[in-house]
Ligand binder design. Structure first.
Ligand SMILES: Nc1ncnc2c1ncn2[C@@H]1O[C@H](COP(=O)(O)OP(=O)(O)OP(=O)(O)O)[C@@H](O)[C@H]1O
Ligand SMILES: [Mg+2]
Length: 264
């Protein structure tokens, strides 16, 4: 284990570092980090039109946790999650996934990282309209190494009865649950969700959140979910608030609300 405070412990994630470095304490066993981000900045554009989307973000995500990233529009949530998911690179700073430094990866290595480790769920479901629910999921399971059968992934999100329905025959919430099944069918270590309920009403959104909650609990998938809906934060292990490109606070929920108890 690297010694705390060493300036040569680049890549070692065993010791707490930085402002949120409270991975262990007397009352709780050490939690293993899936991600560590240090000093992340992201600037879009140059000169007078430059937009500072991230202004020095230090963050960790722990293995198996369900973290909610909360913040107003434009606070940098999607930018941060896209960088963790290997969809984008920061202007400066480092991101580690375990001992892999994503920020040192080239395009090819990032693509392999995404393919092997990350499931994404976005606000809009992006299902292939000409394929059934089962076929949409099988698109992924056909090329994954040790996938869940498509039927099992769809059962996990409560759609065992909808396998042969086309997207147009499914409600918005059901389509989003197909998207969750598709994202997790390759058994990714990480699930990144960007406003997964953004297009849904409360009742339908809760069913999607229950699916995400179940994946997190039953598969142990490290999950980060973006929302600007504060009610959703109650189902998280930790709530990471962003404001103006910075971490504005990190809070731990002493007790999590089950997704089914949420409403907005
Ligand atoms: N490709 C881009 N080019 C230029 N500016 C961008 C780009 N992507 C994001 N931005 C800007 O960076 C800032 C942060 O954007 P980001 O999408 O991360 O915010 P967000 O918190 O996800 O917001 P929302 O809740 O609206 O999705 C915003 O001011 C946005 O306009
Ligand atoms: Mg966003």
């Amino acid at each position: 284990m690297a010694s705390a405070g060493s300036s040569h412990d680049r890549g070692s994630l065993e010791e707490p570092r930085g402002p949120q470095g409270t991975a262990s304490g007397p009352d709780r066993p050490e939690r293993r980090r899936a991600f560590v981000a240090r000093g992340l900045t992201k600037v879009y554009g140059k000169g007078e039109v430059a937009v500072h989307a991230l202004r020095g973000v230090d963050l960790e995500l722990f293995e198996g946790e369900l973290a909610v990233l909360l913040g107003p529009s434009g606070s940098g949530k999607s930018t941060l999650v896209n960088i963790m998911g290997g969809l984008d690179l920061p202007t400066a700073g480092q991101v580690f996934f375990h001992d892999l430094e994503l920020t040192a990866f080239d395009e090819r290595a990032l693509t392999a990282y995404r393919r092997e480790n990350v499931g994404f769920v976005f606000q809009f479901y992006n299902l292939v309209p000409s394929l059934t629910a089962r076929e949409n999921v099988a698109l992924i399971t056909d090329i994954a190494r040790d996938p869940l059968p498509a039927e099992e992934a769809l059962a996990l999100v409560g759609l065992a009865e909808r396998l042969d329905h086309f997207p147009a025959e499914l409600s918005g919430g059901e389509q989003q649950r197909v998207a969750v099944a598709r994202a997790i069918a390759k058994r990714p270590e990480v699930l990144l969700c960007d406003e997964p309920t953004g297009a849904l009403d409360s009742k339908t959104g809760v069913l999607v959140l229950e699916a995400i909650e179940r994946v997190n609990r039953e598969l142990g998938t490290t999950t980060a979910m973006i929302t600007h809906n504060a009610a959703i934060a109650d189902m998280a292990d930790r709530v990471i608030s962003l404001a103006d490109g910075r971490i504005a606070g990190v809070r731990e929920n002493a007790t999590k609300s089950p997704a089914r108890a949420l409403a907005w």
